[in-house]
Write a protein that binds this ligand. Structure first.
Ligand SMILES: NC(=O)c1ccc[n+]([C@@H]2O[C@H](COP(=O)([O-])OP(=O)(O)OC[C@H]3O[C@@H](n4cnc5c(N)ncnc54)[C@H](O)[C@@H]3O)[C@@H](O)[C@H]2O)c1
Length: 442
């Protein structure tokens, strides 16, 4: 079967390469010519473990190609996946400009039966709207079906998540379209992946409800962590014991500087907005968003309380991406933290194993002293702050760091070090939700 994937970003490229690996012939389209040129040269435009090998293998076997022209790709394809970005519109809603442009271009192009599958995260009602745009602009005898197929992959583990998802959600009103898409995902049936087949609106809502719930767990444990600091309790033990209750589960109960990334912030905002639009308030989600904003700012206060007045202080930031194993900095807590440090007069040195180039689009080399490794970032600093828990930070030579800093202050926003050991090493150390008084008790 021939498939077109429109939008060759994190989701589109992983999905395109993954579907090629399932045996489909896939053309990945993007309007960004430089991205397509890079892919044609065998370069992956962002960092994602395992993706280069997956792409290479499928390009080599001839099942994966790239292009910038939508029309010829669509002509040869029975199924078209939409994987373009759906960023925030800046007012709590979703900017559907890219989706609309694709739907309009499809309407001009299709000349026979097609199945249009939306992988982009889109507000409830969007798939029906896509169908209307296409129907309105195509001759009546041409039938196009839409399927909502939200994507749940995690950056940093995207290939594994696509190839072995927890579930596949398919929403449609067309049995024919569902049968075609199920056929594409046949390899997943063989590994007994659960399929949830439902209506358009329900499929769209599943994606938002899932992301909002995960974000809720994070904001919840962050608030518990803050309270742990106040009352002298250890949030890790609290989270561990909570997670042992099977009704709660252990995942997403790790405290930190707040959630970021290209999904949780905009998807929680969009769900809250949907609730307001339909006069069905999403009060929990609204609170999750404000707790998250406060958490990021709280981290700067934490830094200041240990490093002292930030004016002219040199602060070393380790980790800029919103989580490890990705170069993605969209809505990364590091953006808020660095911005606030600069606003309070600090000098910032920073190191990230993969996200430096992306971060430079937000903070230039005039604003931040980008360093080639953690040791050079830490040199001469008044405080070292771990913002993203890349594995390489877990095994730093802390003795070497201590020798080179101006004052031995370490603020661990991901709780990757043992507070007792840090004390033994002579660091003035703090983390999130683990006051020393709580650790002394055990
Ligand atoms: N990134 C994730 O972890 C993740 C996970 C699940 C779902 N999603 C959702 O998937 C969608 C895509 O996210 P992403 O992170 O891959 O975005 P992205 O910004 O990395 O990629 C989107 C791509 O679409 C391209 N594009 C835009 N308009 C186009 C057009 N008219 N024709 C061709 N290409 C076009 C852009 O050039 C870009 O390369 C979003 O709706 C997002 O919410 C993302």
């Amino acid at each position: 079967m021939h498939i077109t994937v429109i939008g060759t970003g994190y989701v589109g490229l992983v999905a395109g390469a993954g579907l090629a690996d399932f045996g489909m012939h896939v053309i990945c389209i993007d309007k960004d010519e430089s991205k397509i040129e890079a892919l044609e040269q065998g370069e992956i435009p962002f960092y994602e473990p395992g993706l280069k090998e997956l792409v290479e293998r499928n390009v080599k076997n001839g099942r994966l190609t790239f292009g910038t022209e939508l029309a010829p790709a669509v002509k040869q394809s029975l199924v078209i996946f939409i994987a373009v970005g759906t960023p925030s519109d800046g007012q709590g809603g979703v900017d559907l400009t890219f989706v609309k442009a694709v739907a309009e271009e499809l309407a001009e192009t299709v000349d026979e039966y097609k199945v249009v599958v939306t992988k982009s995260t889109v507000p409830v009602g969007t798939n029906r709207w896509i169908q209307e745009i296409i129907n309105k602009n195509t001759p009546a005898e041409i039938n196009v079906d839409v399927v909502s197929n939200p994507e749940f992959l995690r950056e940093g583990a995207a290939v594994e998540d696509f190839m072995r998802p927890n579930r596949v959600v398919l929403g449609s009103e067309s049995q024919q379209a569902l049968a075609i898409v199920k056929d594409i995902y046949r390899p997943l049936y063989l590994i007994e992946t659960p399929f949830v087949v439902t209506g358009l609106e329900t499929a769209e809502m599943i994606k938002y409800a899932s992301n909002a719930f995960l974000a809720t767990k994070i904001s919840f444990i962050n608030e518990i962590a803050n309270l742990c600091e106040a009352v002298g309790a250890d949030v890790h033990q609290v989270a561990k014991a909570m997670g042992l209750d099977r009704r709660i589960g252990p995942k997403f109960l790790h405290p930190g500087p707040g959630f970021g990334g290209s999904c949780f912030p905009k998807d929680t905002e969009a769900l809250a907005r949907l609730g307001r639009d339909y006069d069905s308030p999403m009060q929990i989600v609204e609170t999750v968003i404000s707790v998250n904003e406060a958490q990021k700012m709280r981290m700067v206060d934490k830094i200041e309380s240990l490093a002292g007045d930030l004016k002219s202080k040199r602060i070393a930031i380790l980790g800029l991406s919103f989580k490890p194993n990705t170069s993605d900095v969209r809505e990364s807590p590091a953006i808020t933290i660095v911005g606030e440090l600069l606003a309070r007069g600090a000098h910032v040195a920073a190191y990230d194993p993969a996200a430096e180039d992306e971060f430079k689009r937000i903070f230039s080399t005039e604003q931040i002293d980008y360093r080639p490794n953690a040791y050079e970032a830490a040199e001469g600093s008044d405080a070292v702050v771990v913002v993203t828990e890349w594995n390489e930070f877990r095994n730093l030579d802390l003795g070497r760091i201590k020798q080179s800093v101006k004052q031995p202050v370490l603020i661990d926003l991901r709780n990757i070090y043992d507070p007792r050991r840090m004390k033994e090493l002579g660091f003035d150390y703090t983390s999130v939700g683990r006051p020393l008084s709580a650790l002394k008790q055990c």
